[in-house]
Design a protein around this ligand. Structure first.
Ligand code: F6R
Length: 597
């Protein structure tokens, strides 16, 4: 959510900043801006709309500068327009700031600054920071930033330059920021994709740290003035992984990457009749599991509950991270808190994790080195590769595969025996998913029937109820068509009132004990004129009769069925949205990685 790039080195700053912004566009795309220091003056360009608008403006300029900052915005305070776009200035245009996060006490600070004569021109909370730095500036930018951020309540990841010094200053509390280290150059970025083209050597700034970069190198200190020697980490993924590689959209590329992503999540983890995970707690002591997450990751958490209760037999609760921290959750020493996050930076999930100090914690995270991954006691990395599409796809299936691994691991640790059948079957999931991807053209044709739909119901039961939720969320996010996920049997208790001849209902029907019951739910929909699309692993004459369209998926054990059932739903969302001309990689109002609460 919002992206920051900064550069100080020997190369021309503008193309580096611009390419970084393009790579960060998935984090916010309502406006963008860039500021470079050229011949002692700050030159700023801002544009409302996608980065390309800014790029077109910059083509007309000839800028000669080796230091600068840039920002792509997802609006929190103030509408998306040029005035509210970053960088923000002080009164005399001597200091420029880009900021991610939310300054919660900005109203109070604004009153104070205006009383002192500062002229604040935007509606943003971020502009306050440049005026505070101006207030404290006495010839040392770093010192002024230090004094300014000490007054801020809320979160910040920020980068600052000024006319008076050839320095780039960055500070962080609650909003991710990294330093990229190259020969004779240092980058700042809110995530590594912005700079991977130039360097894979990075330093993760921790909360309450400030970095000062100058021609002579960089130094990092805590906000209370202690010098810090952070480790340089090597980023393992490559530039190719964040490119579209011939696909029209990242979302489609990532849907098609799922066989590989799941194979990566499983690689080396099922071996010699054992599940290998880097888990540092005694599984036998765990008497309750609590899983917390947001959005799509929360849906995989719901699947996790089914898996952990069925396979391991440990009571498991699932909570939205945003709710968990604001109620009074009962968490005891022998409980295990599992946090699931693709980005590892989601503000609510991080806050929930930080709330709980008295039990074991385990993260299921995609983004290596992210804040959550560094703060949990044990972790399972997804190894799905960077997920750029705003709508999460491959991270979801990799999370579910990792939850199956976790359940198998706990079961094996507690009982001394591996569930061999399930673990062997888990390894076949990539090829099963491939067989659904091979039907993409048929699914595309079926999807064309939904392009004018106004409402959809997604119905599933048991472990596939969260799949119905996730299918509905995917459609809403990228096509803006209203959709609801429901447990199929609950339909009778309300949503059935919505069903008429214009209503499409997507059923997820798997073989097993509730097969007949779900067929009855289909009858109820058909009797009221509803139009049925069925995703099923079962060849059945009644299903054929009741459904307008049937998508057949490979038959797998119930525990693994979400992994195959979700894929057609992801494809349906993608094809409906693209048929409606929506840029699925930049759905309106959304941004990847929600780093504000
Ligand atoms: C939906 C989606 C979001 C995220 C949610 C949590 O497609 O991407 O709902 O799942 O914002 O994000 P992470 O997993 O990064 O914590």
């Amino acid at each position: 959510m919002c992206g920051i790039v900064g550069y100080l080195g020997k190369k021309s700053a503008t193309p580096i900043l611009l390419s970084g912004l393009k790579r960060l566009e998935y984090r916010g795309y309502d406006s963008a801006g860039i500021c470079v220091l050229e011949n002692g003056a700050l030159r700023t360009f801002k544009k409302e709309g996608p980065i390309q608008m800014l790029a077109t403006e910059l083509e007309k300029q000839s800028l000669d500068s080796q230091i600068g900052i840039a920002h792509t915005r997802w609006a929190t305070h103030g509408r998306p327009n040029e005035i509210n776009a970053h960088p923000h200035y002080d009164c005399h245009h001597n200091i420029a700031v880009v900021h991610n996060g939310i300054v919660e006490n900005f109203e109070g600070l604004k009153i104070l600054l205006e009383k002192e004569g500062h002229k604040i021109v935007s509606e943003t909370d971020s502009e306050i920071i440049s005026h505070l730095i101006e207030k404290f500036y006495k010839g040392n930018l770093e010192q002024a930033v230090l004094e300014a951020v000490r007054l801020l309540e809320g979160t910040f990841g920020l980068a600052v330059i000024s006319t008076s010094e050839n320095k780039l200053v960055a500070a962080r509390r609650g909003s991710p920021l990294i330093l990229g280290i190259g020969p004779d150059e240092v980058f700042i970025a809110s995530d590594a994709s912005a700079i991977i083209e130039y360097t894979n050597q990075v330093i993760y700034l921790e909360d309450n740290e400030i970095a000062t970069i100058s021609e002579s190198g960089y130094k990092i200190e805590s906000l209370d003035g202690h010098s810090i020697n952070n480790q340089i980490t090597e980023i393992k993924w490559t530039i190719e992984e964040i490119e579209k590689s011939g696909f029209e959209h990242f979302m489609l590329k990532e849907i098609f990457e799922q066989p590989k992503a799941i194979a990566n999540a499983l690689r080396g983890r099922i071996k010699d009749d054992k599940i290998k995970l880097s888990v540092n707690f005694d599984s036998k002591k765990i008497d309750k599991i609590i899983i917390t997450a947001c959005g799509t990751s929360w849906h995989s958490a719901l699947i996790g509950k089914y898996l952990l209760e069925k396979i391991v037999g440990i009571p498991t609760e699932v909570d939205y991270a945003s709710e968990f921290r604001y109620r009074s959750p009962i968490v005891r020493e022998n409980n295990l808190l599992v946090v699931i996050s693709q980005s590892g930076e989601t503000a609510d999930t991080l806050a929930a994790l930080r709330e709980i100090k008295n039990c074991e914690t385990l993260g299921i995270i995609n983004s290596v080195g992210s804040t959550i991954s560094r703060e949990v006691k044990s972790g399972i990395y997804l190894h799905a590769g960077p997920e750029i599409g705003v709508a999460s796809t491959k991270a979801f299936t990799s999370q579910v595969a990792s939850l199956v691994l976790l359940a198998l691991y706990l079961k094996e640790q507690i009982s001394g025996q591996l569930d061999k059948d399930l673990s062997v079957e888990l390894l076949t999931i990539p090829e099963k998913i491939q067989s659904i991807l091979d039907q993409a053209e048929t699914i595309k044709e079926i999807s064309q029937n939904l392009v004018n739909a106004k409402n959809l119901l997604y119905l599933g039961r048991g472990i596939n109820f969260p799949v119905a939720l996730e299918g509905a969320l995917k459609l809403k996010e990228v096509s803006y068509i209203h959709a609801e996920g429901y447990p199929a049997a609950e339909m009778k208790h309300g949503p059935i009132a919505l069903i008429d001849k214009n209503m499409f209902v997507i059923f997820i029907v798997n073989h097993g004990p509730i097969f007949e019951k779900i067929i009855s739910n289909m009858q109820e929909v058909q009797a009221r004129g509803g139009r049925i699309i069925t995703i099923t692993d079962t060849k059945d004459a009644t299903i054929e009769k009741l459904s307008e369209f049937v998508i057949t998926v490979p038959s797998v054990s119930e525990e693994l069925s979400p992994l195959v059932n979700i894929v057609s739903l992801q494809l349906i969302s993608y094809y409906v949205a693209s048929a409606n001309g929506i840029n699925v990689d930049k759905p309106r109002n959304l941004a990847k990685s929600v780093t504000v609460e």
